[in-house]
Design a protein around this ligand. Structure first.
Ligand code: NAD
Length: 342
């Protein structure tokens, strides 16, 4: 992901990739080769990089459990004005909140890399909502990916459709019978979760194995119609109103990439749009759509979903725990997945 971030900075007319830090020296050297970073600006320790180079913007593309240490370390450094960190935000609820507090305290712009907010299937769906094409949004259904890893995108996008409001409660159940560890974090095999935003919009997420309940990545149900995104075996974006279904043009983009990226491209055009947005936000002082504060709305739903499983009941928010209940249930033996057969 670091390469994808760097490619997008390289494509921005006011950005230059000036340095990198990686605890594995060969990885740092390979990255430096790819982005013409001079040898004296390649570091193993990010703090030495900050001291020596003083970058304006730092991208953090390491596993979630390390995010807080590096985000807070960068926020404290005078030179750093903006941090763009990979999703999922963090490995625990308390850690996610501490990062946002630290960046607020040091007045550093903090964003999390939910690049899909810049993908046409989602921006066009949002436009349909804003233009009142389906009346008032009442329910969001997610039938894509999983709860924690993809959820950092899908629950974030649900939040965008719901007007970036916080949730009021979450109820959930999961199945974890075969071990699945990604970027150092356990990932359930199947999950059902339901929550309500404080503006009355409800959401459900049915994800993982054996879930064919929802026929699209997203279904947005309103008082006068329905929007479907990435319909199984159907169009990328569809508007249903008055019994008629209409395909909405998204310029060939899908939920993963723009579809028109050249073959030598590392990441999608969505990352370029994201970098443009975060530089524009730095200039204007406006809160970016990917801000840490908005990211907390998503992280709270994800950790509250796991807390609902642990508590065997609905969790009313704000969430008053510190840990990651899913990881705790594995450590304590409440959940004991079998090793995956590769
Ligand atoms: N936005 C997205 O769509 C998306 C997609 C895939 C992955 N991700 C996220 O991106 C993150 C990174 O994923 P990746 O596929 O690039 O992983 P990766 O393992 O390919 O790269 C991570 C790099 O970080 C280095 N590293 C680890 N600890 C470090 C430290 N303390 N200081 C400096 N460098 C350190 C590693 O040596 C490695 O080179 C993960 O958190 C993952 O969840 C996001």
């Amino acid at each position: 992901m670091g390469y994808r971030h760097a490619e997008a900075y390289r494509n921005h007319d006011r950005c230059r990739v000036v340095a990198c830090a990686d605890v594995v020296p060969e990885n740092g050297d390979a990255f430096a080769d790819a982005f013409d970073v001079p040898a004296e600006n390649v570091f193993e320790d990010y703090e030495r990089m900050l001291e020596a180079v003083g970058p304006d913007i730092v991208s953090i593309a390491v596993p979630p459990a390390i995010h807080e240490a590096i985000v807070v370390g960068c926020a404290k450094h005078d030179a750093v004005r903006a941090i763009n960190c990979e999703k999922p935000m963090s490995h625990t609820w308390a850690s996610a909140q501490r990062m946002v507090q630290a960046c607020w305290r040091y007045d550093t712009q903090l964003t999390f890399n939910r690049q899909r907010r810049f993908a046409k299937p989602f921006t066009e769906a949002n436009r349909l909502l804003e233009e009142g094409e389906i009346g008032d949004l009442s329910r969001i259904e997610i039938g894509w990916g999983d709860f924690y890893d993809t959820g950092a995108h899908s629950v974030d996008l649900a939040g965008m459709f719901a007007g970036d409001r916080p949730a009021e409660w979450v109820i959930a159940q999961l199945d974890y019978r075969e071990e699945d560890v990604r970027f150092g974090a356990h990932q359930e095999n199947q999950m059902w979760a339901q929550w309500a935003y404080d503006n009355g919009v409800h959401a459900v997420s049915s994800t993982g194995r054996r879930t064919e309940l929802i026929d699209s990545a997203f279904v947005l149900r309103g008082t006068e119609g329905t929007v479907r995104i990435d319909v199984d075996g159907g169009p990328m974006l569809e508007l249903e109103r008055g019994g008629q279904r209409e395909v909405i043009d998204v310029d060939g983009e899908n939920i993963h990439n723009a579809g028109s990226e050249p073959a030598d491209r590392l990441g999608s055009f969505f990352h370029d749009r994201l970098v443009e947005h975060l530089v524009d936000s730095l200039d204007s002082g406006d809160e970016p759509a990917l801000s840490g504060r908005i990211g907390l709305n998503t992280a709270e739903i994800l950790f509250a979903g796991y807390e609902s499983v642990r508590r065997r009941g609905r969790v009313d928010l704000p969430l008053e725990i510190d840990d990651n209940p899913f990881e705790e249930m594995i450590e304590s033996g409440v959940l004991s997945p079998e090793p995956a057969d590769d």
